[in-house]
Design a binder for this molecule. Structure first.
Ligand SMILES: C[S@@+](CC[C@H](N)C(=O)[O-])C[C@H]1O[C@@H](n2cnc3c(N)ncnc32)[C@H](O)[C@@H]1O
Length: 298
C-alpha cells in the first residue's frame, strides 16, 4: 500500500472561485483522497451536500474516512464522472451549485508501484484508475497493432517518435510480453534517438501519459462530463476545472467557449489561472496545473 497522501492543488483558489456557501450542493467529480472535499464541506456544512465521485475504490475508501465528520453531508459514488447525469439523478440532487474536476491521478495512485502509473517505480503495466475495468496498459501494449500503438502515442502523448517507439514495442513483445513499467521506460530510452534521450523530463513521460489516457479513456470522459455537468448546473453555479496537460486544457477551453456562446454562461476569468510560485515550490506536482472556471448566469 502506498503512503496515503496527496496535497490538494490550488486549494485556496478552488474554494474562492467555487463561491461556496452553507447549504450548497457540490459535486466533486474527482474526489481522490478528499483533500479538496474536506475543505469544501467545511464551507457548505451544516446544510450543504457533497456528492463525491471517483472511479478508484481505494481512493474512495480513504476519502470516506477523511470526511467522517461530514458523513451526513456526503454521498460517495464509485463511478466514472462521464456518468454525471446518472449519478445526480440517483442522488436525488436538485441540480448542482458547484462542480469540481481536479483531473488526472493523485499522488496516492502515482506513488503506489502496484498501480503501474509511475516511470520511477518498478510495477506491472496496469494504469487502470478503476481496478474493476477490463483493459490495462499491459493489454494495449501486448495486443494492439503497431499502427494503433503509434496512434495512441501520437494522439495522447504528442510523441514525435511514435512510429519508432511503437515499432520497438512490437519487436520486443515478439520475444516476450511487455510486462513492467521499468521495462517499458528502458525500451523507450533505447528506442529514442541519442539526442532525445537526455531531456528535462524522462523520455518515457509522454508514453506513460498516452497509455494512461488510453486505458482510462480520459479525454472522452472529460468531454462527456463537462457537457453533462453544464446541463445540471443551477443558475449562479460554477464549474471549476484543474487540468494538468494541454490535451485536457484544450477540451476544457473549447467546451467553455461553446457554453459562453449560448449567453447562459460567463467565463469567471478569461485566461487560465496558474498555481503561485510558493505553491509550486511546496508541491512540485502542482507545476503544470491550469484552472478554468465558468458560471451559469441565466
Ligand atoms: C488529482 S486526483 C484528485 C485529488 C483530490 N482533489 C484530493 O484533493 O484528494 C484525481 C482523482 O480523480 C479520479 N478520476 C480521474 N478520472 C476520473 C473519471 N473519469 N471518473 C471518476 N474519477 C476519476 C482519479 O481516480 C483520482 O482519484
Amino acid at each position: 500500500m502506498s503512503e496515503v497522501r496527496h496535497t490538494p492543488v490550488m486549494l485556496e483558489e478552488t474554494l474562492a472561485y467555487l463561491n461556496l456557501k452553507n447549504g450548497m450542493t457540490v459535486v466533486d467529480c474527482t474526489l481522490g483522497l478528499g483533500g479538496h472535499a474536506l475543505n469544501i464541506c467545511e464551507k457548505i456544512a451544516p446544510r450543504g451536500r457533497l456528492i463525491g465521485i471517483d472511479k478508484d475504490e481505494e481512493s474512495l475508501a480513504v476519502a470516506k474516512k477523511k470526511l467522517k465528520n461530514f458523513s451526513k453531508n456526503c454521498v460517495f459514488v464509485h463511478d466514472d464522472f462521464r456518468n454525471f447525469d446518472k449519478v445526480l439523478d440517483q442522488s436525488n440532487a436538485n441540480g448542482a451549485d458547484a462542480v469540481l474536476f481536479d483531473l488526472g491521478v493523485s499522488s496516492f495512485q502515482l506513488d503506489n508501484p502496484a498501480r503501474g502509473f509511475s516511470i520511477k517505480n518498478e510495477g506491472p503495466l496496469d494504469m487502470r484508475m478503476d481496478r474493476k475495468s477490463f483493459i490495462s496498459a499491459y493489454d494495449l501494449l501486448n495486443n494492439l497493432t503497431e499502427e494503433e500503438l503509434s496512434s495512441i502515442l501520437w494522439r495522447f502523448g504528442q510523441e514525435r517518435f511514435s512510429h519508432r517507439l511503437a515499432h520497438s514495442f512490437v519487436e520486443a513483445r515478439d520475444k516476450a510480453p511487455l510486462s513492467s513499467t521499468k521495462q517499458l521506460a528502458e525500451l523507450v530510452m533505447r528506442a529514442m534517438p541519442p539526442k532525445a534521450r537526455f531531456q528535462r523530463i524522462h523520455p518515457a513521460t509522454r508514453t506513460f501519459q498516452a497509455l494512461r489516457i488510453a486505458v482510462n479513456r480520459e479525454l472522452d470522459a472529460l468531454e462527456e462530463a463537462l457537457r453533462k455537468s453544464a446541463l445540471y448546473l443551477n443558475k449562479g453555479g460554477r464549474i471549476c476545472v484543474i487540468s494538468f496537460h494541454s490535451l485536457e486544457d484544450k477540451i476544457v477551453k473549447e467546451n467553455f467557449k461553446e457554453l459562453f456562446k449560448t449567453q447562459r454562461f460567463r467565463l469567471v476569468f478569461k485566461k487560465i489561472l496558474r498555481p503561485s510560485e510558493e505553491e509550486i515550490q511546496n508541491n512540485v506536482r502542482s507545476r503544470s496545473a491550469k484552472m478554468r472556471v465558468i458560471e451559469r448566469v441565466k
